[in-house]
Ligand binder design. Structure first.
Ligand SMILES: C[S@@+](CC[C@H](N)C(=O)[O-])C[C@H]1O[C@@H](n2cnc3c(N)ncnc32)[C@H](O)[C@@H]1O
Length: 266
């Protein structure tokens, strides 16, 4: 079944780490960690950590990082790649975090908020687990029209499988409004609240390898797996064509646009 909450299972979680993390999530994690400006031994919650890239990069600079996610397959990959003592992972539902009040100096949530069924409840949970003076950073994709990566997949999947197949990709861009994001955190009790549009230019040197990998690394992977090899190659070409001028004949260089909310607990 296709899902819009990015519940990746088994091998798909491994492929997410292998193919999507280096091109998309490492550059964003670098950006978000710079905004968090954490010092050694500060405590960070990487919320909806997936395979744990934010927590892993934070712990490499001496931060005490905890990654929490509801998906066991993603957490298993996170554990497998964990390489430091200042790093741990656990099951955590964003709506009911398994942490004491005021446990963390900072929370970072990279491309997770749009999937939470109760965003306001999750924001209030983040406020609860933050120490006074603590800061939370949420990064959520802006609209499809600003994100060739998602637009290309949504268009191609609709064409090959029908409109419903694009739902998980559209879901990535489903909480795209900066004003709504600002209201969400202000209403939850954060102050000050600041939301910026941030665009990173991402790069996949081997376009074919990246798109082949990506097709195995999203909730649509099982559906793509049923295609004949020739049809799968056509789908790959369709996706690459949809990138238009972002494809230079061998590589992809594309803008990736997100709202970054930096919000504090007084
Ligand atoms: C696109 S992935 C992002 C993962 C990670 N932050 C990264 O940067 O690679 C979205 C993640 O949100 C998680 N997620 C969705 N709903 C959640 C919830 N209610 N509580 C915690 N995690 C959730 C999914 O399991 C998935 O790992």
């Amino acid at each position: 079944m296709l899902n819009t909450e990015w519940q990746l299972s088994g091998n798909i979680a491994e492929r997410y780490e292998e193919f999507l993390v280096p091109v998309i999530f490492v550059p964003w994690a670098r950006d978000l960690l710079a905004r968090a400006a954490l010092g050694p031994n500060m405590k960070l919650l990487d919320l909806a950590c997936g395979t744990g890239i934010v927590a892993r990069m934070a712990s490499a600079s001496g931060v005490m990082a905890t990654g929490g996610d509801i998906n066991a397959a993603m957490l298993a990959v996170a554990e497998k790649h964990a390489n430091g003592t200042q790093l741990s992972f656990c099951h955590a539902d964003a709506q009911a975090l398994p942490f004491d009040d005021q446990s963390f100096d900072a929370v970072i949530c990279q491309q997770g908020l749009q999937f939470f069924p109760d965003r306001r409840g999750s924001a209030m949970e983040c406020l609860r687990v933050l120490k006074p003076g603590g800061r939370a950073i949420f990064c959520t994709a802006r609209g499809l029209s600003e994100n060739p990566l998602m637009q290309a997949q949504a268009t191609a999947f609709s064409q090959y499988f029908g409109d419903g197949a694009a739902a998980p990709i559209r879901a990535v861009c489903a909480f795209a409004d900066a004003g709504e994001t600002e209201s969400l955190f202000a209403d939850a009790g954060f102050s000050p609240v600041r939301v910026d549009k941030v665009v990173l230019n991402l790069f996949a040197e081997d376009a074919v390898g990246f798109v082949d990998g990506m097709m195995k690394a999203t909730p649509v992977a099982d559906k793509i797996g049923t295609l004949e090899s020739a049809t799968r190659q056509q789908l790959r070409s369709t996706i690459i064509d949809e990138f238009g001028a972002c494809f230079d004949g061998s590589s992809l260089r594309f803008p990736h646009s997100a709202n970054v909310a930096v919000v504090s607990r007084l």
